[in-house]
Design a binder for this molecule. Structure first.
Ligand SMILES: NC(=O)c1ccc[n+]([C@@H]2O[C@H](COP(=O)([O-])OP(=O)(O)OC[C@H]3O[C@@H](n4cnc5c(N)ncnc54)[C@H](O)[C@@H]3O)[C@@H](O)[C@H]2O)c1
Length: 313
């Protein structure tokens, strides 16, 4: 029998706080070379969006996430991101579980944005602004709030920001400028145009850039990113499909100027160097984050009420 777990099961199994712990463990295991992650495969279906196949292996399990990013879906009332995660036993190859992957993606994306902020922001940093209050922006805001941080929200669609603020117990920023100048900013937009123009970032700010996770996307002007202390989730992915894709071909940044977040978490590399420094985190979303979350869900699978099990063979 193979468990088929719904979004509701996933959310019941893993709290935002547990997701932060799980994602931290995943980044550290990957930095230590204990977990492996072949490059994400993009299957273009432009102009509407793309599919991604994301495999990873570690802790006795292998996962494959089949996930979409279809930003135009918003206009059709359909989700931008939909996903399914297959989990197998890495010793026998036997299937272990099938998980609804959109809730899992939102949990691990919020966790990565918050983990990067908590690792790289100034210790005395105040409120976090979350820009873009769709599925993954709301998950990011929910995770900041679960970790005890005040959150302000901004969205190009004011009604979406207002609804999200009511749902989460956050407030709506008075203006886009107020949100962009918060001590901590997490951007979770479709990445169609830069939110941060050249010379707009303030000394000491931290920005988790979550939205640009595919070819052509960006949330910050390349020269503005180049003047910050840049961290990323994974160099190979980020330099091909994250914000860094726009800097590398122009020689605006070199590999040795960019630190992977896992290396900071595993104490292999320093994080922020001074209170004035501006830190940025270029996130493209890693399969090891999905593996970390899948393992956290499986820890609780026996306790989940109403979880479906199917005899696959
Ligand atoms: N880095 C990662 O791990 C990761 C994971 C999941 C999704 N993503 C990416 O994050 C982005 C958002 O995903 P989602 O599922 O939350 O999308 P969504 O469609 O649910 O929400 C996007 C939100 O951004 C708002 N928005 C659009 N343009 C804006 C702008 N210029 N300023 C402010 N708000 C704006 C929209 O009104 C909407 O509320 C996508 O590009 C997606 O591919 C990244």
């Amino acid at each position: 029998m193979v468990p088929f777990l719904t979004a509701e099961n996933v959310l019941a199994a893993v709290s935002p706080e547990r997701a932060v712990e799980a994602v931290r463990d995943g980044f550290v295991a990957y930095a230590r070379g204990e977990w492996a992650m072949p490059p994400k495969i993009y299957v273009p279906a432009y102009p509407n969006g793309d599919f991604r196949a994301m495999p990873a292996i570690g802790a006795g399990h292998a996962v494959l996430k089949w996930v979409t990013s279809f930003p135009v879906n918003l206009e059709k009332g359909l989700p931008t991101v939909k996903a399914i995660v297959l989990v197998s036993d890495a010793e026998t190859g036997m299937p272990v579980a099938v998980l609804e992957g959109s809730a899992l993606t939102a949990l691990r994306t919020g966790a990565a944005a918050v983990l990067a902020a908590e690792t790289l922001a100034r210790p005395e940093a105040g409120a976090a602004a979350v820009i873009g209050t769709g599925v993954n922006g709301r998950a990011t805001a929910r995770t900041f709030i679960a970790r005890g941080r005040e959150v302000i929200l901004w969205d190009v669609d004011p009604e979406r920001a207002r609804t999200a603020a009511e749902e989460l117990g956050a407030s709506v920023a008075a203006s886009r400028e107020q949100a962009l100048s918060a001590d901590i900013v997490a951007t979770v937009t479709p990445g169609r145009e830069p939110l941060f123009a050249e010379n707009s970032l303030l000394p000491g700010q931290h920005v988790s850039l979550m939205g640009a996770d595919g070819p052509g996307k960006c949330e910050i002007a390349p020269r503005e990113l180049a003047r910050t202390h840049v961290f990323c989730d994974d160099w190979t992915q980020a330099s091909h499909a994250g914000e860094l894709q726009h800097l590398v071909p122009e020689n605006l940044i070199a590999r040795e100027q960019v630190t992977q977040l896992g290396d900071v978490l595993a104490n292999f590399a320093p994080g922020r160097r001074s209170a004035e420094e501006i830190t940025t985190f270029d996130s493209t979303g890693l399969a090891i984050q999905d593996l970390a979350l899948a393992l956290a869900v499986l820890e609780r699978v026996g306790e989940l009420e109403g979880a479906l099990e199917l005899p696959l063979w």
